[in-house]
Design a protein around this ligand. Sequence first.
Ligand code: ADP
Length: 744
Amino acid sequence: METKGILLDDSQAGRLLKMTCDTLLFLKNDGTCIDMIVKTENNPYVNDQYTLLGKNIFDYFPEETVRELKPAIEYVIRTGEVSNANYDLPAPGQLYFFKCIIQKYDDEHLLCQYRDITKRSQMKKSLQMANERLTETERAAKIGYWSYDTSTRTFDYCGYTGILMKENERFTFTMDEYLKSVYPKDRERLENFFANYALNQMPIEYRIMKDNKLFYLKLKIVNIYSTKDDAAILEGYAQNINDIVSRWDELKMVTQAVDNSNDSFFATKMDGTLIFANPFCRRQNGIPEDVDITKYKAYEEMGNFKDKEMWDNFIEALRANDDTLKYICNYPYPKTNVISSKCISYIIRNEYGEEIIWHIRRDISEQLRYEAQLKKAKEKAEESDRLKSAFLSNMSHEIRTPLNAIVGFSAIMADIDNAEERKKFCNIIESSNKRLLSLINEVLDLSKIESGTLAFDYTPVKINDLYREIFMTHQLCAKQASLVLELPDEEVCINTDKNRLTQVISNLVNNAVKFTPKGTITIGYRLIPDFVEFYVKDTGIGISKDKVDIIFNRFVKVDNFAPGTGLGLSICKTIVERLGGNISVTSEEGVGSLFSFRIPVQPDGPENGGMQDQPEWDPLQPYKSREKATILVAEDIDDNFELIRVLIGSQYRLIHARNGRQAVELFDKYHPDLILMDIKMPEMNGLEAIKAIRGKSPSSPPIIAVSAYAYEEDKRELLDSGCNDFVTKPLDKDVLLTSIHKYL
Ligand code: ADP
């Protein structure tokens, strides 16, 4: 077939027209479509149902399209030029695009070539969008692209790392220039990385130093294009990972803090599933480090949530409190020595929007213990304050009562002629003296206990003898009740402090006498393995049950109006405990009381041959009749000498020295049989005088120190200086005579 000129052959025109790809619209100048060849598929306006035919395109096409199309048609009609432009064709559910080439056919008609470019436009658009997205992602991820020519060692860079270059500008620089910005320690590594590019599939991380600040970069080779002579062009990306590294550092820091915290941290889902627990929490709840906790529920593993019901209640409370709950939990964790915790739980949504409860528990046991101690101390202080006030008012009463008697009766004594009455008053004064003295002794003992200076002097003590002395001393006082002494036949001897032991038993007997209006008071002791048990039993008023347990506490008195300070038993208790024993009481109101105490039998007691015979003497035996012995009395205060003269002047010849020096002189002159030496004196004190006398005559005469100093150390110092015995002021006639009778 002759083909040349076929396209212009009129007879072929219709066939050729059908075969072209564009839709053709033949329009009147007013826009009416009077003919068309359709090549468009699936188009609601321009389709093979010819819906457009006979219609005016300005009425038929959507308004937006007409707005663009109409001026183009008018332009073609007016100028006769060809118009070629792209148009949007919005249809319900889809946006179409078409290209329209409009030509003037004749004065009244137009030919429009309508080409559907919807697919192409859409692809172009989505490509554009993808590009934009990529750029945004690169910008957000701070990624840049580079290529590197190994032959010229030159980089070509463009992108968003934002460290050395501005955003998205192209830069060319050499490796050597670049290395200058790389942190010195990382330079060699980076150079090696590029030198061995073929081996390096993995990215490299290195640092850039700029303005004295470090920036972290991650670089990866993506493509390698070999060129001539073993050289290559490398392509890849670089990412600024500064944020990631610093976040990572922050995360590391937070993780470290949580891991090493002594607070318990754990997180759960709303249904109780555990998703996190720090080491302390695991330790506290006995969950091993390597166990996957997500298999557990908080109410199964955490002791403080007993069961599911308790968990549900907890969630309810959490919700009711705006998703944050503070509470104190008294569940104990013995492994971590915790008795109470301050807790806070709050809900935070995780990145997937799921609600997670974080729980933090802080140990407040120390604080609680401290508060409890404080409370105890406060109560103790209040109690002791109360007791001290009671003690003071009691003391004032205790002091005033005997003092009143002493002052009152002393004043009238001189004017009383009646001998019997005088004797009666004398007895009152003497018993008041004794009461005052024992009060002072108690207070003195208390102060020694407080200051820790209560001293003990251990010697072998025959208990039968000791009991007999006590019995005789108290026999007369116990006027209302009868005093009974129960002693084993065999003498028992123990190593103890005789004075303190006497003090305890006497105190118990005095109490028994005081609180037994009638009946019997039985005193005695018995041997039990390793101990001697002493007892004082009475059939007196007894002690009520509520007081029996506190009767050994200081200042405790059952009856506040009864005489006494409430100190005696507490002093007894201290003494007995210091002697290595313990004291107890059983009592029934209206029936009587049994006070007993045990002290250990010391190993060097008589059974073990440790006992040394003491000089035999009977304290109550009348002094031996003999010629009047001479006693030198060193005493600076005349009244005190006068008292001594009244007490013993009828039995002994007395010589008065007014100070230590005189005492030494008179000793030389008269060679007395015994010396009573006051300690506190002017010019030369008693201690110095004793030393001076003992310097002249080491063993005789016996010297008895007389002093108000009642402390054991003072006594010891005096005894060490050569004095033989010690009596305390104020002087008690019996005590003084007993001491003198030891030697005369
Ligand atoms: P006080 O010096 O006041 O007697 P104590 O400490 O010796 O102090 O005694 C405390 C209290 O114990 C007494 O006030 C008394 O109420 C009670 N008490 C002590 N011994 C007896 C006893 N044998 N019978 C009844 N009550 C006693």
